[in-house]
Design a protein. Structure first.
Length: 294
């Protein structure tokens, strides 16, 4: 079932912009368990007041939201360890970012005589480091549980309006829908994609090379090589993060058509799940949809 949609308003933008997001995940029609994990979260500073002089209301005090964080992870490894790998990566990376994000730099300058900042100092490095930390933790948990080859893909989007950062390893994907145009913001880290990029004839669509990852969190002794990209968003843009349970069955044209519909995000997420299952449902499928509205 789709998650309840959330919203996050960037009041400092001119005009103010609200991001909305919703997600859904499904086991599919073939697999015995769902090894995908996802996260939709607001990142913001907060403090808890225990006592004060003069007396003040106790409890949580929240600051302005710093950004919207989205993650999709697709676990692998057999023996039921894929779900552990994906959950471990998502939880570890979220906790890491919560503690290391350079909060003081996350407010873009919106002064009357200045243009909005087009980069956020330190964020690119912290997102890359977060994936490396996630890799180390997945490997450590795998060693402790006797499943050293477990691993996971991970695609993450961090949005502080109007800036979007995407951090990525594996073959989960992030798409940007702008009007009727769909742009893929990530590259599949598979052997099939490597061969195609080398100029050699690409493998056949049913080749097993499409399922062999050269870049992941855990799963190998290699240190991951995160792909980090930055995009300046516009009002009415829509993002889609998804596992390959969707892209195995729907091509980019089909994905773009559903993403561009005027339905609520949770309805679009449900339609993606239904379409993937109707086309075969050969894998777990997870989708997150987020969009900007002025």
């Amino acid at each position: 079932m789709p998650s309840e949609p959330i919203s996050l308003t960037f009041a400092g933008a001119q005009p103010a912009v609200t991001m909305r997001a919703a997600g859904a995940t499904h086991i599919g029609r073939v697999r015995q368990r769902n090894e995908d994990s996802f996260l939709i979260a607001k990142l913001q500073r907060s403090m808890v007041v225990y006592d004060a002089s003069p007396p003040a209301a106790s409890g949580w005090v929240d600051g302005e939201a710093a950004g919207l964080l989205l993650m999709v992870a697709d676990g692998m490894g057999g023996q039921g360890s894929g779900d552990v790998a994906s959950q471990t990566a998502v939880n570890t990376i979220a906790g890491y970012l919560l503690n290391v994000m350079p909060w003081a730099t996350l407010r873009a300058d919106q002064g009357a005589n200045r243009a909005p900042a087009l980069s956020l100092a330190g964020v690119r490095d912290q997102l890359s480091s977060a994936l490396v930390v996630g890799d180390s933790t997945v490997k450590a948990v795998g060693a402790q549980t006797g499943t050293p080859r477990m691993g996971t893909t991970l695609t993450m989007a961090f949005i502080h309006w109007p800036i979007l950062y995407v951090a990525h390893v594996g073959d989960t994907r992030c798409y940007l829908g702008r009007g009727q145009r769909l742009t893929r913001l990530t590259t599949d880290h598979t052997l099939a994609q490597q061969i195609a990029e080398s100029g050699s004839p690409p493998p056949e669509p049913d080749s097993s090379l499409h399922n062999v990852l050269w870049n992941s969190l855990g799963g190998s002794e290699q240190i991951p090589q995160p792909q980090i990209s930055k995009v300046t968003l516009e009002a009415e843009d829509v993002l889609l993060l998804c596992s390959d349970g969707l892209t195995k069955h729907l091509d980019d044209a089909e994905i773009g058509k559903i993403l561009a519909t005027p339905e609520p995000y949770e309805a679009r997420a449900a339609r993606f799940i239904e379409s993937a299952n109707h086309a075969g449902g050969s894998d777990n499928v997870t989708v997150l949809i987020a969009g900007a509205h002025s």
